[in-house]
Ligand binder design. Structure first.
Ligand code: GAP
Length: 544
């Protein structure tokens, strides 16, 4: 087979579809933007990620309990949490083609300095570096759309965040600026059709629905945009029904929904996705220590499952970037291959939420501004939203003190994590007949082992099947007797299966089978009675 060609991300997306990791939702009807389905291999991989998280964050600790809350909650929850008023993105619309863009994803490129009038065009990208990288295609599309002959065959040389553009008439310097920073005399061009964009407006990201038979304001409800609020609303229930004591955490894995303006980059920004969230409750005086602890613990979790630390970084939010609830947040970011060189995308946020949530659910909406809690009041001077009125404070027996716990929140996306593990695992080894393979960490691999009779005759299936049945008792495994052995290995390499066992003529003579290692392609022989022991050691790191 020839070496794969084309952009790495396109090849990863193609492999995910070809091998049944991820499908576009409703594909037979042309798809629906921002929604994805997980195929037979994808569902196993995602389940393994969630199981690893639950095992490492809940089962292997004494200070964590789990929860599984409803997706639709009382609408007051979202008013008090701030999502009703503050959970929005700034968006701009094109006055002509009506396309809608996130304002922070639109950049304006001004081409000036040549002998002609130059050009101003819009580019949709994830950052200035991404906009520079996309500039050659954007210029070509814009020149075609606006029939600007001079730029149709322009040569673009991109260096970092800047570019020089050569045409038959002269050489221009391209200045790329975020839409929010351009001066009023520069046209705000649509990246799609080059017409004019509107001013930026707020767009709430919550999906709305109606509960019950009547459709009116009183029956309005929202699909949860985060799993966190179910945890805060149940804080007292958990304290009252368990013996757990502060400091402790409540963990939850579940679906969240956001009506993202521009879902993009495969599953990275979806409209329906799964979160793995912890709300860790502690005494206010210890919150700084726990914030650092969770930031480091969560970073190390990703490297323990195979993400290269060189492609991961911890980034502390600037003050003006903080969410309304947070007094400190660090993002764990990964260098996804769809981003421009040097750019990183958020995998998980670790936020210091102070006592914002518990206090808000007690007293009504409070907004954390510059470290101060400010009651958000209506025109009558009274708090705009009423809290539950329930006492969500905590009495610490040892300290003999009542306080509202502070919260540290490590909030991870299961789908984003899965995308990072897929991107990291994707490997091309051109020395192999079938060069693409997925080097998943053994804990995450959807299939742990495969068993093959070399040929489907000569008594080999009769030896192979019992070996397979023993393996399948312990791990997800596959049995395959069709096609050449090379093709069977290649299929397992693409699925990311760490070990394949082949039963051949020699097995009949001395009882040994071949073990093939996915990552090296090396083959050794072991006795067939040792297959389960071998896998126990390799997959679980211990002997039976
Ligand atoms: N409770 C806090 C919270 O929800 P967030 O930073 O908005 O914080 C946490 O989301 C994580 O959820 C992100 O780091 C990301 O992994 C995941 N996430 C958020 N929006 C997403 C989307 N549209 N598609 C996929 N994953 C998303």
């Amino acid at each position: 087979m020839a070496a794969p060609t084309g952009n790495v991300m396109d090849r990863i997306v193609a492999l995910c579809k070809r091998r049944g990791f991820i499908f576009q939702s409703s594909e037979i009807y042309g798809g629906i933007n921002g929604f994805w389905d997980y195929g037979p291999l994808g569902v196993e991989l995602k389940r393994n990620i969630k199981d690893a998280w639950w095992h490492d964050m809940v089962h292997s600790r004494d200070d964590m309990v789990g929860l599984d809350c409803a997706i639709i909650m009382h609408p007051q929850v979202w008013k008090v949490s701030g999502h009703h008023d503050l959970f929005s993105d700034m968006m701009v619309d094109c006055t002509d083609c009506k396309r809608r863009f996130r304002a922070d994803k639109v950049f304006i490129a001004t081409l000036a300095g040549g002998t002609g009038p130059g050009a101003v065009l819009g580019v949709e990208a994830d950052g200035v570096a991404g906009a520079a990288e996309a500039l050659p295609q954007s210029i070509a599309a814009w020149a075609k759309q606006t029939n600007t002959a001079e730029f149709k065959k322009a040569e673009v040389v991109v260096t970092g965040c800047a570019a020089r553009v050569k045409t038959a008439r002269g050489e221009y310097t391209a200045t790329i600026q975020p839409l929010s920073q351009i001066s009023p005399d520069i046209p705000r061009r649509c990246p799609e059709c080059a017409q004019t964009l509107t001013e930026a407006r707020e767009f709430n990201l919550m999906f709305m629905t109606y509960v019950g038979a009547l459709i009116n304001d009183d029956s309005k409800a929202f699909l949860r945009p985060e799993t966190a609020q179910g945890i805060f609303a149940n804080f007292k229930n958990v304290c009252d029904t368990t013996r757990i004591k502060v400091p402790f955490g409540i963990a939850q894995i579940g679906k969240s929904f956001r009506n993202e303006i521009t879902p993009r980059n495969f599953t990275f920004r979806s409209r329906e996705f799964e979160q793995m969230e912890i709300e860790f409750f502690c005494h206010p005086s210890e919150s700084g220590k726990w914030y650092e602890y969770w930031r480091d613990t969560r970073f190390n979790w990703y490297t323990s499952l195979g993400l290269a630390s060189s492609k991961l970084r911890l980034r502390e939010h600037d003050k003006d970037e903080l969410s309304h609830y947070s007094c400190g947040t660090s993002d764990i970011e990964y260098a996804f291959p769809f981003l421009a060189a040097g750019d990183f995308g958020e995998l998980e946020g670790v936020a210091h939420r102070g006592d914002f949530d518990l206090r808000s659910h007690m007293e009504g909406k409070l907004v954390n501004q510059d470290g101060k809690l400010v009651v958000d009041t209506g025109p009558d001077g009274k708090p705009k939203w009423k809290g539950s009125g329930k006492d969500l404070s905590y009495f610490d027996d040892e300290r003999k003190e009542r306080f509202i716990p502070h919260v540290i929140e490590p909030s991870a996306g299961a789908d984003r994590g899965m995308l990072a593990f897929i991107c990291e695992a994707y490997t091309v080894d051109e020395s192999r007949p079938s060069p693409e393979l997925m080097k998943f960490h053994p804990r995450l691999a959807p299939i742990k082992a495969a068993v093959f009779p070399l040929v489907a005759k000569d008594g080999l299936p009769e030896i192979a099947e019992p070996v397979y049945r023993e393996v399948r008792k312990r791990w997800p495994a596959q049995y395959d007797a069709k096609q050449s052995i090379g093709k069977r290995y290649a299929r397992m390499d693409e699925a990311g299966t760490p070990y394949c066992f082949t039963i051949d003529g020699q097995t009949k003579e001395d009882g040994t089978v071949t073990v093939r290692d996915r990552d090296t392609g090396n083959q050794n022989r072991i006795d067939k009675s040792r297959v389960v022991d071998f896998l126990t050691e390799k997959l679980e790191g211990h002997t039976r």
